[in-house]
Design a protein around this ligand. Structure first.
Ligand SMILES: *[C@@H]1O[C@H](CO)[C@@H](O)[C@H](O)[C@H]1NC(C)=O
Ligand SMILES: *[C@@H]1O[C@H](CO)[C@@H](O)[C@H](O)[C@H]1NC(C)=O
Length: 223
């Protein structure tokens, strides 16, 4: 009897040894407690509930109705001598022209989806004259003394340190756009170091600008 038990334990030993090694050095870290579940960063979704993709273009539409609505477009800056339209505006009403398509270029190659709080550049995906091709990438301009705000325009760069980097964050209704330091200057800057994109009045038009309060609520409609 004793001898049989001894033989049995000899037979079991390699298995026990193997399985304990296996479990203690298991390379696949299964989430067992809430602590080791990585936070899932939600995708930004368009008006149909589909996740935004880097390979597609979208119109940025305001969540408001009437004068609180209106799509985002590229237009000439008032009193500007620039030879290309270089101002980012939203139309004065949701009844009227559609906005101009933009595409989102994200930093790094982390898949095709656009996620909340991800660092992105924004570019109007429109046909322009050859001269104005470079005036499609969004850029936050210098402080405008008369309007007391930094105005959004174009003439930016893509994926560079001096690029204007944005993030899309979920708002109570729709989303807000934030202007952020960006992944090359500050890889781990939290969203509270970003500034909000809103609207200021410029010669009767609604110009996108950095604001302290009243962020512009937006949604995205695939083109
Ligand atoms: C930009 O627009 C062109 C022409 O409409 C289209 O073929 C292309 O797919 C668009 N690019 C993106 C990223 O949506
Ligand atoms: C642009 O010029 C008009 C007059 O032509 C003036 O009333 C307006 O204040 C100017 N706007 C800016 C932003 O300088």
């Amino acid at each position: 009897m004793t001898k049989n038990l001894f033989l049995l334990s000899l037979c079991l030993f390699p298995f026990v040894a193997f399985s304990s090694t296996f479990t203690s050095e298991n390379p696949i870290d299964l989430p067992t407690t809430p602590d080791n579940i990585l936070p899932v960063i939600p995708s930004v979704r368009d008006v149909k509930g589909e996740a935004l993709q880097v390979g597609s273009s979208y119109r940025i539409i305001s969540i408001g109705r009437g004068a609180a609505g209106g799509d985002v477009y590229l237009g000439p800056s008032p009193n500007s001598t620039a030879s290309c339209p270089d101002g980012v505006f939203r139309y004065n009403s949701d009844v009227g022209p559609s906005g101009m398509p933009v595409r989102f270029i994200k930093f790094g190659h982390s898949g095709p989806g656009i996620h909340e709080r991800e660092d992105i550049n924004i570019q109007f995906n429109i046909t322009t004259s050859r001269l104005c091709v470079s005036h499609t990438i969004w850029k936050v301009g210098d402080y405008d003394v008369s309007l007391r705000a930094r105005l959004l325009g174009t003439g930016g760069t893509l994926s560079q340190q001096d690029s204007s980097w944005f993030k899309i964050v979920k708002a109570e209704l729709g989303y807000n756009l934030l202007y952020c330091p960006g992944p090359l200057v500050c890889p781990s800057c939290p969203v509270n170091q970003c500034q909000t994109v809103g609207v200021v009045f410029q010669n009767g038009k609604r110009r996108l600008a950095l604001v302290i309060d009243q962020p512009l609520g937006v949604n995205f409609r695939k083109v």
